[in-house]
Design a protein around this ligand. Structure first.
Ligand code: GLY
Length: 297
């Protein structure tokens, strides 16, 4: 089948002048993921490498550029799901791991566990040779200024990717620095299986963004895939899941990206914007900050 990938750089509101630089990183992430898929690589490799691009990009709330917590520290969470083996790995509260999504993958592949947090996760990263950097490496001038001025970010620029490869295998990945001014030790939805991401090799996969305290209360990503199970395509399922969230919360502030088993992509959000990018049926990278996925996907 034709492989495909869709990535996101979070939901929320940001100034329009940030759309162009965010788009450049989104397209780079889509292209790297799609190149892997196009050369016969796995969906798992594609989502990991696409998310690595966005973890390094300073304009998103993951890796470098993460929001600061109430103590001025970066604490990051991530999950990766391999739907082929119905397996996942997750980390939370990591402060020095340059690529949390890659550590999550190693948790899945190289330990008997699924979810490792804090100093234990950092120690594992060191043992596995995963790059560690000082916490200040993640702190951008923009985030430091917001922290000093106590300006709450209006964005939830968590990053994520979902993909299906030529063999029809599906993977999902989500990585985040969490919410700005969060309490130390706060963990959001991102690393929670079914909330921040979900993938089922028979139906599809979703990566979520937005207010984690809402997403985790309804297992947002699982809600999307459950909608695919009822017969909806990726776009219809994404819209239905956000409508469901909106029926429960006054101001849900959530976003999702989705791929279904037929290789169709979808995206929906209840925020002003959702930064997302995908490849269309001609293999060309597309990007959107507001309108979601276009019909020619
Ligand atoms: N959705 C990311 C978070 O709330 O941490």
């Amino acid at each position: 089948m034709l492989p495909t990938i869709i990535v996101h750089g979070g939901a929320g509101y940001w100034a329009d002048e940030l759309d162009a630089p965010k788009s450049e990183f989104i397209i780079e992430a889509v292209q790297i993921g799609y190149d892997i898929l196009n050369s016969g690589g796995t969906a798992l490799d594609a989502v990991e490498k696409a998310v690595n691009v966005l973890e390094d990009a300073p304009l998103f709330d993951a890796g470098r550029g993460s929001h600061l917590n109430i103590e001025g520290m970066v604490q990051m969470d991530a999950i990766i799901i391999d739907a082929v083996t119905r397996d996942f790995g997750a980390v939370a509260g990591v402060e020095q791991v340059r690529y949390p999504i890659s550590l999550a993958r190693r948790v899945m592949q190289d330990t008997p566990h699924k979810f490792i947090v804090g100093t234990g996760a950092e120690k594992l990263a060191a043992e596995l040779g995963i790059p560690l950097v000082p916490n200040m490496w993640f702190v951008t001038d923009a985030e430091l200024a917001k922290y000093r001025l106590r300006i709450a970010s209006g964005t939830h620029d968590t990053v994520g990717a979902v993909a299906i490869d030529k063999d029809g295998n599906i993977a999902a990945a989500t990585s985040t620095g969490g919410t700005s001014h969060k309490l130390a030790g706060r963990v959001g939805d991102a690393p929670l299986f079914g909330a921040g991401a979900y993938a089922d090799n028979d139906f599809g996969a979703t990566s979520a963004t937005g207010v984690g305290e809402n997403s985790m209360r309804i297992l947002l990503s699982k809600v999307v895939v459950d909608q695919i199970v009822t017969g909806k395509d990726a776009q219809e399922a994404s819209v239905a899941a956000i409508a469901y969230a909106d029926s429960i919360f006054d101001d849900s502030q959530l976003g999702v990206i989705t791929v279904d088993k037929q290789g169709r992509v979808g995206a929906a959000h209840s925020t002003a914007k959702l930064a997302c990018g995908w490849v269309n049926t001609k293999g060309q990278p597309q990007v959107s900050m507001k309108e979601g996925v276009h019909a020619d996907n």
